[in-house]
Design a protein around this ligand. Structure first.
Ligand code: NAD
Length: 294
């Protein structure tokens, strides 16, 4: 049986690790938060007291951490995990981080004979729970073939975006677009409701018209329009606004590095910073709706 070490049992990592268990993999997990570990243990997963302990005997390591600094902190440096992972191990780094940071970790892994893929995901917490995530993979095609059965236990669509870091580039482009259509959806919902429309009626009209998009299909930001989305649960769960703000910052870094013009992405970053300034950074990113409501 394939032994997998899973590092980072947050909103995404916990349901992803659960799906690995359900698909018959042996998973030992580690997170800094005790509640996350006990939630995984309740599902029958094994837990470890440190990342170093979790990787013992594992042929695959999966990590799902907040941002670049956490990933670099985990893998790099004298006490980093790459010093302890056995050559030949496959590492699937699924967090959304800066492409340059991903390339740094790739290079350090290659120097140790460790195969690593950057494999960020899309599909949100619902996709993580249902095992229908989209993986955007950067790295060698032959390593992706080895990873495929593991990724398939957590996701539905698996794309090879290109070489080292390419998965992160695709992810950053996608999330910039997601932020833009979420803000546009929130703004249109607020305009319609302020003008007297029923939010559910307006949402359905736009969903089936030329304004239709993923936010209207799966993640309406207006409370009560859809069941089981963060907007209908006080904007809890889901994808934190502070993580979306991080991704929009990564998009701006990429724009700077390539001389690309991204005015919508720049504005989206400013709007999300306003949401963070009013203390809503821990809420789901659809809470951007609050900026448009009295
Ligand atoms: P989260 O903050 O809920 O989870 C991150 C987890 O990592 C936390 O439980 C934290 O305790 C743990 N952690 C941090 N440093 C650690 C370390 N050194 N060792 C062990 N555990 C550590 O975040 P999330 O929503 O699960 O997102 C994870 C990543 O996935 C982020 O990069 C995010 O941008 C990306 N993402 C999130 C979503 C979403 O809808 N939430 C969707 C797609 C991609």
């Amino acid at each position: 049986m394939t032994q997998i070490a899973f590092i980072g049992l947050g909103h995404m990592g916990l349901p992803m690790a659960r799906n690995l268990l359900k698909n018959g993999f042996a998973v030992t997990a580690f997170d800094l938060v005790a509640e996350a570990l006990s939630a995984f243990a309740q599902d029958g997963g094994k837990t470890a007291a440190s990342a170093a302990e979790a990787i013992k005997g594992a042929s695959v390591v999966v990590s799902m951490l907040p941002a670049s600094r956490h990933v670099e902190g985990l893998y790099l440096g004298d006490s980093g995990l790459l010093q302890q992972i056995v050559p030949g191990t496959l590492v699937l780094e699924c967090s959304t981080i800066a492409p340059d940071s991903a390339r740094k970790v790739h290079a350090a892994a290659a120097a140790k004979g460790i195969a690593l893929l950057d494999a960020p995901v899309s599909g949100g917490t619902a996709g993580a729970a249902a095992g229908t995530l989209t993986f955007m993979v950067g790295g060698k095609a032959e390593d992706l073939e080895k990873a495929r059965p593991i990724l398939a236990a957590m996701g539905k669509n698996i794309f090879h975006a290109g070489p080292d870091g390419a998965g992160q580039v695709a992810k950053v482009c996608n999330n910039q677009l997601l932020a833009v259509h979420m803000i546009g959806t929130a703004e249109a919902m607020a305009l319609g409701v302020a003008s007297g429309l029923d939010p559910a009626v307006l949402a359905e009209i736009m969903r089936q018209s030329s304004g239709g998009n993923w936010s209207l299909e799966k993640y309406n930001p207006w409370p009560g329009v859809m069941e089981n989305v963060p907007a209908s649960k006080g904007y809890s769960g889901g994808f934190m606004a502070e993580l979306m703000t991080k991704d929009l910052g990564l998009a701006q870094e990429a724009a700077q590095a390539t001389g690309s013009s991204t005015p919508m992405g720049a504005l989206a970053l400013q709007i999300y910073r306003m949401l963070l300034k009013q203390g809503d950074g821990k809420l789901d990113f659809s809470a951007v709706q609050k900026l448009f409501v009295e």
